[in-house]
Design a protein around this ligand. Sequence first.
Ligand code: AQP
Length: 332
Amino acid sequence: MTRIFSGIKPTGHLTLGNYLGAVRRWVKTDQHRADALFCVVDLHALTEDHDLARVRRLSRQAASLLLAAGLDPTVCTVFVQSHVDEHTRLAYVLECTATDGEMRRMIQYREKEAQERARGRSVRLSLLTYPVLMAADILAYGTDEVPVGDDQAQHVELTRDLAVRFNQRYGHTFTVPRAVHPEVGARVMNLQEPGSKMGKSDDAGPGIVYLLDEPDVIRKKVMRAVTDSGREVEYDRGARPGVANLLDILAGCTGEEPSVLAEGYDSYGALKKDTAEAVVEALRPLRQRHAELCTDLGYVDGVLRAGAERARGLARPTVDAAYRAIGLLPAG
Ligand code: AQP
């Protein structure tokens, strides 16, 4: 059976980008068609200046939101990365497989490093090595497919390179995974800056729709989205990124094609109104279920405990095999 692994970082409140680019597909198809593991990758939230209590709170919130969105722990595995030691065990071995040049070429590293320096902060070494830990997350489980938004394509490519290199040097150990991207919603852009991705750790602002935003807040944010100077509604990502983003979001919520949707509008106002309502409706059941889960944290913790136990059992043989393959003496 195909094995799927994907993760979400508790670096901020989950956004519409996380939902349309990843979570919705995990819920609708991935968990039913494969042996799927979904992980709150909390160690990745420590690569930049972090608030301890916030990371803890956001980790549980991310897990609750995944369940609220419809991940079913009876058909898939939901867990927290730091509860399974195999991730960091394997990361070190992969650091011995990767080169520093490879790490420094990662686009996300370069962008985030520049941001940290601009804020006068030092850059944590883990920001540089984070893609190796991500590779360990994936390779520990013999993953075949990694469903991610296309912002993560480069990291999955690195994971493939490391798996191939390790297998060639030390003998076949890892399955070489491949990234799968959603057809629509692969990159949801910031409503105020349609040239930038809608990211959950960006400074909170009117351009980011959070999954737990109240309906009226969502309406306001979408109605104030930056469009373009033209008047016609056309799907052209290059020339009209703002309008294209709205069409992508509407398409993501309705399942229709953005270019077909464009033909039905002759004003930006009508497009924004329908997009806002489509987002509110798409998120309504998730918000309701999340409110219920907040009153039953014991259930969420139980799901995470069982998930970690299963994940540990799956990862350990692969990580042990990698340790043996690279020349380490097995524990007696
Ligand atoms: N704007 C987006 N459009 C489409 N997909 C997106 N994803 C994130 N933002 C968008 C997808 O969501 C999944 C989980 O992402 P992540 O939490 O691992 O980290 P990220 O990609 O770095 O997301 P953020 O929200 O931008 O976090 P920060 O701001 O902390 O860097 C992934 O599949 C991702 O592709």
